[in-house]
Design a protein around this ligand. Structure first.
Ligand code: FE
Ligand code: FE
Ligand code: ZN
Length: 277
């Protein structure tokens, strides 16, 4: 099944997002668990979650992806900030149990002068504290562009975290096409070898979701500026090969391109057109 959708506003709840996704021709979506540039949020309504689950299964919806706020930094040098990251993530994961069996994606964090190793230690520490054996949500580390001191710019950095997470079946990866391209992976000309590398270092069984974005910048720029599909430096032919690659079959693909809803609707249609059954 080709599973495609886009980022949606969560302000009107789950059922609203589900209906909005279906109206756009989508069968998945992503949403922020709370204010992406702050931490505020309102409690999810259990009745809304239940209505969504029913509606979503009736409409053959796929796995959905929650996104942690950008401001969360699991590997900050400040203990207060790390503790806040723990509290936010733990609260988000508790809420996700109202819509079980989905994904929770987060940016590994920025180590800011502490070095990748120290940063990695903090991220591992947080994950081993926050992930519980009972939870039905899989936590995903997003591959990053490597802007500033972001951790997760290489598959090795992601694997260095995963290999130390105790509850292995609750941790995975979300690959962002703009980020890996900006991070220096040639998904235009060497898609097979990029996936082979991912498989060798992390394992393709750990790949659960994709952020499908073109890039305003060139490969290896470490910039992280998303562009609409086909209008950036990755280009439409590369996306055609990407969506049809065996490594990503069935995974939810989420657009995070600069678009309004009609724009997303068109882009979803475009990607469906590139996909060969
Ligand atoms: Fe992200
Ligand atoms: Fe992303
Ligand atoms: Zn990005």
């Amino acid at each position: 099944m080709f599973t495609i959708g886009c980022h949606l506003s969560s302000s009107k709840g789950f059922l609203h997002m589900g209906k909005e996704a279906i109206s756009l021709g989508a069968n998945t979506f992503q949403f922020f668990t709370r204010n992406p540039r702050g931490f505020s949020s309102k409690e999810p309504d259990p009745a809304d979650c239940e209505a969504f689950i029913k509606y979503w299964s009736e409409n053959n919806g796929g796995k959905i992806v929650a996104h942690a706020p950008y401001t969360l930094n699991a590997c900050s040098a400040e203990e207060k900030t790390r503790e806040l990251a723990y509290m936010i993530m733990s609260d988000d994961l508790k809420r996700m149990e109202l819509v079980p069996d989905n994904y929770y994606n987060f940016h590994p964090g920025s180590h800011v002068k502490q070095g990748v190793e120290k940063g990695t230690d903090y991220i591992v520490e947080l994950l081993n504290r926050v992930i519980t054996p009972e939870q039905k949500t899989i936590v995903l580390l997003e591959t990053m562009a490597g802007k500033g001191s972001e951790i997760g710019r290489t598959f090795e950095e992601i694997q260095a975290i995963i290999e130390r997470v105790e509850l292995k079946d609750k941790i995975g990866v979300c690959m962002d096409t703009c980020h890996v391209f900006d991070g220096g992976y040639d998904i235009i000309n060497k898609l097979d070898s990029v996936f082979e590398e991912f498989d060798r270092i992390i394992g393709l069984n750990k790949l659960y979701a994709v952020h499908i974005n073109d890039s305003k910048n060139v490969m290896g720029s470490h910039k992280d500026r998303h562009e609409c599909i086909g209008k950036g430096n990755i280009g439409i032919e590369a996306f055609e090969r990407f969506v049809n690659h065996k490594a990503v079959q069935g995974l939810p693909m989420i657009l995070e391109t600069p678009n309004d809803l009609p724009g997303y609707k068109q882009e979803i249609e475009l990607l469906k057109g590139l996909y060969k059954e």
